[in-house]
Design a protein around this ligand. Structure first.
Ligand SMILES: [Zn+2]
Length: 390
């Protein structure tokens, strides 16, 4: 993998260090890099609310790549990673990797396909359309723009870039998912036609690199056939397309680390495509990935003494955060014997007191599921020193 610690190759562009990125922020951050002679910028359409849809192209090689990000407006991580790659392409012509990529590849990026959704911080377009269910009907101008770019360029490879629900683990025993991948099916029979087999090979290459950097945090997305989605549609049309979903990492509240990992991962895949080594990856890396599995809760505090209104009970505590990426605003999900319930994280509170203060104040000294709470984990007794709090 292109070493993520050496991402001096593509240092993060300033002005995009939050999960909520709008079109104004993006194009402002790219103003400088887009003056570069190594890049071609093209207007390819307008959103429903008349914001520009643009492609940025780098390289003059024979293998065409098309990447698009943020077709769901509230999924900005890949837009930020692609912006960092634009920064690399714009300025680092002296680096070997830059020369290899521009000689062998032609990389076209459509950043922020859904700028209206980005402005409103919502998944759908301004007209309420989910672009990834509009690949066949093409009712939205955004979907039409993407389909037209693919039709015109006929790229060999497509990269469909998203953020996923962060309440997912890599298999039953894995950690919270950082990245999940899919080589989308071309029919309900799950056929491995050559176009899809190439996508699988590329996914295996990226998954191997991701597993090196983030073991136990890489998963395979559900392979259910969704004929209205762009991955499936482009795969049928002859572009080997991969779906990459970015999840979350503990202590990465703005997904800055994952943004950097994603930029490194994409650079790695470009490098493998440029030198042909992607064809040597064992496709079993893909089929062997654990499935992206939902969990019920964000955090389990187990084995401790729960304290509510001064009363003590032997009870586990399950929490859900309103913002599960930043671990902010906890609500009580369940209290008592959690049985087989799953959580992203488990904190063993044996020998400790879990003091639960309800913030909703319906009735003093009483809590119930869904209540907003403040939690203090105390040592030596219910009034002892605080070990952790949420
Ligand atoms: Zn999405």
């Amino acid at each position: 993998m292109v070493d993520p610690t050496s991402v001096f190759l593509a240092p993060p562009l300033p002005g995009l260090d939050t999960r909520r990125v709008t079109a104004d922020m993006l194009w402002h951050a790219l103003e400088g890099p887009l003056q570069s002679p190594w890049l071609t910028v093209e207007d390819v359409g307008r959103s429903a609310q008349d914001r520009p849809l643009r492609t940025i192209t780098f390289g003059e090689g024979s293998t065409g790549l098309l990447l698009w990000s943020q077709m769901h407006g509230d999924e900005a991580t890949a837009t930020r990673a692609l912006a960092d790659l634009v920064g690399f392409f714009a300025t680092r012509e002296e680096v070997d990797l830059h020369r290899r990529l521009r000689q062998h590849l032609r990389i076209t990026m459509l950043l922020m396909l859904n700028p209206d959704g980005a402005q409103a911080h919502q998944r759908e377009t301004a007209d309420g359309i989910d672009i990834n269910r509009d690949a066949v009907r093409l009712a939205s101008p955004e979907a039409r723009a993407l389909a037209a770019v693919r039709e015109r360029l006929q790229p060999a490879f497509g990269f469909n870039l998203h953020d996923q629900d962060v309440r997912r683990r890599a298999g039953p025993d894995g950690d919270q998912v950082a990245f999940s991948f899919l080589a989308p099916p071309v029919d309900i029979h799950d056929t491995w036609a050559p176009v899809r087999a190439r996508a699988r090979q590329l996914v295996a290459t990226m998954a191997a690199a991701a597993l090196d950097a983030l073991p136990n945090r890489v998963a395979r997305w559900s392979e259910e056939y969704e004929p209205r989605a762009f991955g499936e549609c482009f795969q049928r049309a002859g572009t080997s397309t991969v779906l990459i979903e970015t999840g979350a990492l503990r202590d990465d509240p703005d997904k800055e680390r994952l943004r950097t990992h994603l930029a490194a991962l994409l650079l790695t895949s470009f490098d493998r495509l440029a030198d042909g080594s992607w064809e040597q990856t064992d496709p079993a890396v893909y089929t062997g990935l654990p499935l992206n599995r939902p969990v019920l809760h964000d955090l389990h505090l187990t084995g401790g003494t729960a304290v509510v209104g001064g009363r003590e009970t032997q009870a586990d505590v399950a929490l859900l955060f309103d913002d599960p990426v930043a671990h902010q605003a906890p609500r009580l999900a369940e209290l008592g014997d959690l049985g087989q319930a799953t959580a992203l994280e488990r904190f063993d509170c044996t020998g400790r007191w879990v003091v639960i203060e309800p913030l909703d104040k319906r009735s003093p000294g009483v809590v119930a599921p869904e209540d907003r709470v403040h939690i203090e984990i105390r040592k030596d007794g219910p009034e002892g020193p605080i070990a952790a709090e949420y």
